[in-house]
Design a protein around this ligand. Sequence first.
Ligand code: EZ4
Ligand code: CO
Length: 403
Amino acid sequence: MKITDVKVIVCSPGRNFVTVKIMTDEGLYGIGDGTVNGRELAVVSYLQDHVAPLLIGRDPARIEDIWQYLYRGAYWRRGPITMAAISAVDMALWDIKGKAANMPLYQLLGGASREKVMVYSHAQGMTIEEAVDAVGKKRDEGYLAIRAQVGIPGLPAIYGTGKGSVQGTGGMVDALPNEEVWSTSKYMVHIPKLFQRLRDTYGDEPHLLHDTHHRLTPIEAARLGKDLEPYRLFWLEDPVPAELQEGYRLIRQHTTTPIALGEVFNTIWDAKLVMEEQLIDYIRATSVHAGGVTGLRRIFDFASVYHIRTACHGPMDVSPVAMGANVHIDLWVPNFGIQEFSGYTPLMHEVFPHAWQQDGGHLHPGEAPGHGVDIDEDLAAQYPYERAYLPVNRLEDGTIWHW
Ligand SMILES: O=NC(=O)[C@@H](O)[C@H](O)[C@H](O)CO
Ligand SMILES: [Co+2]
């Protein structure tokens, strides 16, 4: 079999998605997600102008060889744009391999290790009351695990609670970056109150998660982790920016609150130290950012040595294509933890028909050959790309901070 064409489809059925479609001389094709929220067109050009010419004529079955060719052959290795492009190609090639073998992706990886995949959803509110209600609604929908975010008194909308926040993105998606305001001191005092109220209201049973979105220093994260210990969180996510992986040692010294990290990671090198020193409990790498199925499998196998469980990133800006690849991996991977799933709009489900199915608080990838997700190109063409950015964050004095 030979690759005959590579197409890059950019569409915006409510938010921007970048999808690569690889065609072969035997009529089989595969698709992959290459979406980098807020920098989408960089990946489009990387794929269209630089990668596509390298793929024509190659054997799509040689997934590992193509992965290594695109990773090492780039010379300028790693980074979100390069790795999203490699991820998209890799996902499409595994899709083709599954179709050629007439097998769902999880079977190619080693078969099912569980019956279904537990997910967590997002609940947020500007006030603690609103957030408590939002968690209750998600419990009523059958979710066993829920991420709770809340507005902070004295601050306008913060992460995930913005007025314009597109459900599931965790932030506002606008034609220019929306500017949010942050205060660590106000945040640190308020968050334990949220989880106190959630435990008082719903008891010990729900898995409760919280995402700090890289906004603390290690000692502040250590303090928050300690303050949250009575509420037995499933995890505290991205407490500190992780360019300095060693910074996570300080958090570990002070708290037993489980730590999740890594949605922005794009190679194993971003997480090697925090994993081998067991500074985290969940690795959040996801198929669209961390090298596709091939890249993710390598990271997850490494994580399994250090008691670390998987937790693929999966909000609305991870397209239903990458969600499909994630859920196949989730069904197979022995050290599975949880899958983020904030859901999609009806239009997104239409643009990306998929075999994966939701059953309350769980997903299953389905039995379709490959990853089981397709793209309706005619429908996608009705929703062209619209420039949009993630928010940026400033401290109250105007200092640029972490969003
Ligand atoms: O854990 N989930 C998250 O942090 C996400 O909701 C991110 O804010 C968005 O994917 C950014 O595009
Ligand atoms: Co996050």
